[in-house]
Ligand binder design. Structure first.
Ligand code: FES
Length: 55
């Protein structure tokens, strides 16, 4: 999710995280290691159960 910056995001626990970028990508999948900001982890392919069986 792209939003215009700068932004302040209040995360769970009440901490406020700030970004001064002109455009900020917010993570909507919760896989980001930089949560609440997107680090493109959403692009990583998830192996299906069937693929695990096929090796
Ligand atoms: S939307 Fe979660 S890592 Fe990109």
């Amino acid at each position: 999710m792209l939003v215009e910056g700068p932004v302040e995001v209040v995360v769970e626990g009440g901490e406020t995280v700030r970004s001064d970028r002109v455009v900020v990508a917010l993570c909507a999948c919760r896989r980001s290691r930089s949560y609440p900001f997107c680090d493109t982890s959403h692009r990583k392919r998830v192996r299906t159960h069937r693929e695990d069986e096929e090796g």
